[in-house]
Write a protein that binds this ligand. Structure first.
Ligand code: ARG
Length: 565
């Protein structure tokens, strides 16, 4: 039942020459629930009606017919507010959730069109550090959200596996490295080699030339260089995949920067043909001064390509290979200029799909002083943070609920979920500081709080298990507390759509926190299992719907919903 469509139809009758679809699209959710469930703003009509929005709203309301669907329709401050009949909303919403199950909130607006979500994009031979968690988890959530909405979603890990640094690494490895040592602890050992290269190259600059030579060899697929690079990549991926498994994150493609190396000459030709490249002291640049940006360097004097050349190539490949309707890049805001530059270059080349490429940027994560021992140097490895979260959660369980079954699994789900939730609970562009105390708290707006509420709902449902089957009258759920919960539940599908439109997973994390809080208020005021069998049945239905919606919401932000904790 689409109440918004009914309201739109009613409104159309009062607005001359209006389009129902447009009216439908203009509806908002009122700021406060006392105002109702749907709000139609009249501000845009002021010009055509030659009246103030306030008067338009009042006149529209006067002329509206009574409707069995709405218990109140009122004009307020330029809005027409609709309050859906509570019993009807309860029946519709709970019916839909319980029938939909883990599909509640899905839709087919994506029509199976391709959306690319590029995320995580870690660098080979470099640590998978705490800073990468944001791209990884925002991207994972956007991936799931788009899938939920019926898009054919492609998750790409654009690995940093190309560039002159690999020449350096090969030189260092040949001088001081050992396979056995690296395989013991790959990333830290490779990092040591890399650091040592830079130290020694200060006094032996000829090493830089040697590194360039080895990178050239790598580009030409010289067997020795290629095999070493391949091995470095495999060892690095082994470590990265450990973290991806912990986070339950998957990719459809690991086509990283090197994947595009053979395609770059062709793309450079296209760039030259389209006339956007300019020679500049032997290098090639794109002049972007008309767009208020510094020039973009696309090839160096020695003809070698750069990070930006690979991004231009990758975008063209993705369009041709996947024919996306959206190509999302979940990358930190520090790279804003880089993305603006290459997207402009794509546009200048005449590709109208440049507008479908989006830099989904986010702010930085700082660590609270002393929040993690730096036993691996100054870099905070994400894996260490996750392990520590699991360990701390395990201690909390041991103290609070030592008889819990599956303690290890629950500690993992809750510990990791807590860190992930923290990441996604602020709007993505905000910088924030990671704090253990906030992350692992079971109160306040945290992952464990939402998970705990979910587990509490599960426990109620276990107790209600013996309840005999029979018809349920959700119309009995008319009290204020139940109505608030149902109102929120009914908004979930819209929330999911909005989170996709704004590329903002925090809209879902916010939603599950609100729902958990509202449910806990309801639970506090209403005994769920009572003498009144009809009421018990209705309330149990509500608990089921809440459990399901919390679980669906947690899934969309990439968090597990344990049944006991
Ligand atoms: N590997 C890069 C880094 O760690 C991020 C890659 C972002 N994606 C892209 N298409 N440029 O900074």
């Amino acid at each position: 039942m689409d109440f918004k469509a009914v309201a739109a139809q009613m409104m159309q009758a009062g607005i001359k020459d209006s389009d129902e679809g447009e009216i439908y699209g203009n509806f908002e959710i009122p700021k406060y629930s006392q105002m109702g469930d749907l709000a139609f703003p009249c501000f845009k009509l002021a010009k055509a009606f030659k009246k103030s929005p306030r008067i338009i709203a009042e006149e529209l309301v006067e002329n509206l017919q009574e409707s069995p669907y709405f218990e109140r329709i009122e004009a307020e401050g330029g809005y027409v507010n609709f309050t859906i009949d509570k019993a009807l909303l309860a029946e519709e919403t709970l019916g839909e959730i319980l029938a939909g199950g883990d599909r509640y909130g899905t839709s087919d607006i994506g029509k199976n069109q391709k959306v690319i979500v590029e995320f995580s994009s870690t660098n080979i031979a470099k640590p998978f550090h705490i800073g990468h968690i944001r791209s990884t988890m925002i991207g994972n959530s956007l991936y799931r959200i788009h899938q939920f909405l019926g898009y054919d979603t492609v998750g790409i890990n654009h690995l940093g596996d190309y560039g002159t640094q690999f020449g350096k690494l090969i030189v260092a490895f040949k001088l001081w490295g050992s396979k056995a040592v690296v395989e013991q602890d790959p990333i830290p050992e490779l990092l040591k080699l890399y650091v040592r290269f830079h130290e020694e190259a200060e006094t032996r600059p000829e090493m830089e030339d040697e590194a360039r030579m080895w990178f050239l060899k790598l580009e030409q697929k010289d067997p020795e260089a290629f095999q070493l690079w391949q091995w470095i990549k495999e060892e690095s991926l082994k470590e990265f995949n450990r973290v991806y498994t912990m986070l339950d994150v998957h990719f459809d493609s690991y086509a990283g920067e090197s994947f595009y190396s053979d395609m770059m000459p062709g793309v450079l030709d296209r760039l030259r043909e389209s006339g956007v490249l300019k020679k500049d002291q032997g290098a090639e640049i794109v002049d972007l001064s008309d767009y208020g940006m510094p020039p973009a360097l696309v090839t160096k004097k020695d003809g070698s390509t750069l990070y930006i050349t690979r991004d231009i190539t990758a975008a063209i490949y993705r369009k041709e290979h996947y024919d996306f309707v959206k190509n999302l890049y979940v990358v930190g805001a520090q790279q804003q200029l880089h993305f603006k530059q290459w997207m402009k270059i794509i546009e200048l080349m005449g590709y109208d799909w440049a507008k479908d490429c989006v830099h989904v940027e986010f702010g930085t994560v700082a660590l609270e002083e002393g929040s993690l021992s730096t036993r691996r140097g100054n870099i905070v490895f994400l894996e260490d943070v996750l392990n520590k979260a699991v360990e701390k959660t395990r201690e909390i369980i041991e103290a609070k609920n030592p008889d819990l079954e599956n303690k290890d699994q629950v500690a993992r789900d809750v510990g990791i979920g807590a860190v992930v939730f923290q990441e996604l609970s602020n709007s993505r562009i905000k910088d924030y500081t990671f704090s253990w105390e906030k992350t692992l708290s079971f109160e306040g707006e945290t992952g464990p709080y939402v998970q705990y509420t979910h587990a509490r709902a599960c426990s109620v449902l276990r107790k209600a298990g013996e309840l005999s089957d029979g018809p349920v009258d959700y119309g009995l759920l008319k009290d204020e507390r139940s109505a608030e919960v149902i109102r929120l539940l009914s908004q979930f599908p819209q929330r999911v759509a909005m989170a996709a439109a704004k590329y903002e997973p925090s809209l879902i994390s916010r939603f599950v926190v609100d729902l958990a809080q509202e449910f806990n208020r309801f639970y506090h005021d209403n005994p769920i299992l009572s003498e009144d069998e009809a009421l018990t049945r209705a309330r149990v239905g509500l608990v089921r719907a809440v459990r399901q919606t919390l679980s669906n919401g947690l899934y969309l932000v990439g968090i597990k919903a344990p049944e006991k904790m």
